[in-house]
Ligand binder design. Structure first.
Ligand code: ADP
Length: 455
């Protein structure tokens, strides 16, 4: 759920809305329709009672300790996550995880079925809930059901590895509209329906025993105005200057901001930087890299191994190229406030976003939006991030080709200001016209929600 529990001045625990594009986009729609957000509040054991916050109803669904382990860390994040990201890490398949996935999906379907009014619209979000559309349709045929997948949808050969494949596909086909980040993902889905279930389709509309299910691409975005506004505040501008000074006023700051996830290509980026230092094409401390790696899914083996590899690489770079008090790479395994992140974006000359596979990558879009006032800035972007279909003026690279990544980084570091501004302006114009509320509006109107009811 888009809320955090905080302790106020009196020592009482309160709910507070957490920042993020999805909630910003959906809040107005929910608020104007007495809508309810059904979700997991974090934590295990009994769920908090339903409550209201800022005009919307929140309906928490509980997870037990063993469900957290099997449903969330297991089936969602050690089976589906790696499989849908091109098996960058080997997906793991366990029967007990699948069973927990069914149980928890059914619980969400029950909760949605309990709170939805007659004929209501229900919009289900993401890979943790792929069985819910069909489960909910069975319980409540009167509802209008949409589903959006925030991560990639894999090619047929990969999807076919999953023991739960037919159930997941039937689950998704319970929706009237299934949305993806990319056209290719929608195509994968449509073709899979024929391959696995023998269903017919025309264009992107699948015939499920006489019922029509549409698939389509709806690339998600960010709250552009909010990032632009934050970036323009005196506080953020002052903090950006201070960050630069604290880093020793280097000529160039290269920044990476990611969850510490193996899909993000963090190691690869560090290696490209190290090799450029070794080649003498970049110099520390004239150039400094800052890598923010947000702690993520820390109990899963893949993530523990990644952390060891990344931290070893950081140590190696600093060991070889750092000076006393002047590391070549600053590594921050921490969470930050929105203002601190935007200040980092404003301070950075080059942003590196190099995932092996990513549904969209919002960090890339946030960086571009944050550069609106200050000018300058260059984005190095993997072709395998969904954002690359829109941000064509970035320095695009193939993350599987280290020399290509080094070349893109070097071109971004050395780009002249006029050219940097030209590229940024085109991307900023695109983002302003394609912010997250447009994403929500487009999806909901395709689902058949009347225009006056969309954000
Ligand atoms: P993913 O959803 O896979 O984590 P995205 O780039 O699409 O990747 O979205 C990440 C979101 O998390 C962005 O909105 C970004 O600003 C935020 N974020 C990333 N790192 C941090 C951090 N250290 N502290 C706070 N927010 C962060």
């Amino acid at each position: 759920m888009p809320v955090d529990q905080v302790v106020d001045e009196t020592g009482a625990t309160q709910w507070q809305r957490s920042p993020g594009g999805l909630v910003t986009a959906l809040h107005p729609v929910l608020a104007s329709h007495q809508g309810t957000w059904v979700g997991w509040a974090g934590g295990t054991g009994e769920a908090p009672e339903p409550f209201e916050l800022d005009g919307i109803k929140l309906h928490p669904v509980p997870l037990s300790d063993s469900e957290l382990e099997r449903y969330y860390e297991g089936q969602s994040n050690a089976t589906i996550w790696p499989l849908y990201h091109d098996a960058v890490e080997q997906p793991q398949f366990r029967r007990s995880w699948r069973e927990a996935y069914r149980v928890v999906n059914a619980r969400f379907a029950d909760a949605a079925s309990d709170v939805a009014a007659e004929g209501a619209t229900v919009w289900i979000q993401d890979y943790q809930l792929q069985l819910v559309p069909a489960m909910l349709r069975e319980r409540r045929p009167d509802l209008r059901i949409g589903f959006f997948l925030h991560i990639p949808f894999p090619p047929i050969e990969l999807f076919m590895q999953m023991p739960l494949r037919a159930e997941v596909l039937r689950g998704l086909l319970g929706a009237e509209l299934v949305g993806f980040q990319q056209k290719l993902a929608a195509q994968n889905f449509v073709r899979l329906s024929r391959h696995l279930l023998g269903l017919r389709y025309e264009g992107n509309t699948i015939d499920v025993n006489g019922r029509k299910v549409k698939a389509g691409a709806f690339p998600i975005s960010i709250d552009v105005a909010e990032i632009e506004r934050l970036a323009a505040t005196d506080a953020v501008q002052a903090r950006a200057k201070q960050i630069r000074a604290e880093l020793g006023d280097p000529e160039k700051i290269i920044l990476g901001v990611d969850r510490l996830d193996y899909t993000k290509g963090i190691e690869l980026r560090l290696k490209a930087y190290r090799e450029l230092l070794a080649d003498g094409k970049l110099e520390a401390p004239g150039t400094v890299m800052v890598q923010v790696a947000t702690p993520s899914r820390e109990r899963i083996g893949h993530y523990q191994n990644l952390r060891i590899r990344v931290e070893r690489e950081v140590g190696r770079i600093n060991g070889e190229y750092g000076l006393v008090g002047q590391p070549a790479v600053h590594y921050l395994h921490q969470s930050y406030s929105r203002t601190e992140l935007v200040a980092l974006y404003c301070a950075a000359d080059v942003m590196m976003v190099t995932p092996f596979r990513d549904g969209m990558n919002l960090v890339a879009k946030e960086y571009v939006a944050a550069r609106t006032g200050a000018g300058g800035g260059a984005l190095v972007l993997s072709e395998f991030a969904g954002a690359a279909s829109e941000l064509r003026q970035a320095f695009l690279c193939n993350p599987h080709d280290l020399d290509g990544v080094k070349d893109a980084l070097l071109r971004a570091v050395n780009v002249d200001r006029t050219e940097a501004n030209r590229r940024m302006r085109i991307m900023q114009r695109h983002l302003r016209a394609h912010d997250v509320s447009r994403w929500a509006r487009t999806f909901l109107s395709e689902l058949g929600v009347p225009a006056e009811e969309t954000p």
